[in-house]
Design a binder for this molecule. Structure first.
Ligand SMILES: [Zn+2]
Length: 161
């Protein structure tokens, strides 16, 4: 898929390079077979003075670097709150277009309808990964006219469903 525009919505986001590749996220790096994902921070926000029902305090947070979720020492996180944001995290890590709601929408309601807290997902930086460190699945065979016959056939099947 061609990414037409890939804004970095966080002005202070820093680029983290864990593989020493210098890669533009919009351009696949065939030589090094690397790709980039955003690091994320998920933080509890709550109107001042409001009582939360999910055991969270404003400022409680976790970070996500690749597939690794990190909590500050001694701080927990509600499994129900985690469940509310989990489906969004892999998409938030990846390139999205300016007009995609996934780019702009970042506050997720607490799953308890009586709790005033929200979970704010922030893109904090870019991290580069080597494909070989993340999967053993081979790349599809590409020809000058596009994906291989097998790949086209698979795409046709997907399109028909
Ligand atoms: Zn809550």
């Amino acid at each position: 898929m061609q990414v037409d525009h890939f804004p970095n919505p966080e002005p202070n986001a820093k680029e983290v390079d864990v593989s020493s590749d210098d890669v533009d996220i919009s351009t696949p790096n065939a030589d090094h077979q690397s790709f980039q994902l955003y690091d994320l921070r998920v933080e509890v926000i709550c109107p001042p003075g409001e009582h939360t029902l999910c055991g969270a305090k404003p400022g409680d947070h976790f970070t996500l670097e690749g597939e690794i979720l990190k909590l500050p020492p001694g701080q927990g996180f509600s499994i129900y709150s985690l469940g509310a944001v989990l489906p969004l995290l892999a998409a938030k890590q990846r390139a999205t277009t300016l007009y995609d709601w996934m780019t702009t929408d970042s506050d997720i309601a607490c799953p308890d309808p009586n709790c005033p807290s929200k979970l704010r997902i922030t893109r904090t930086g870019l991290r580069t990964f080597r494909r070989g460190d993340t999967t053993v699945v081979p790349l599809p065979t590409l020809t000058s006219s596009g994906p291989s016959t097998t790949e086209r056939s698979r795409n046709d099947q997907i399109a028909r469903t």
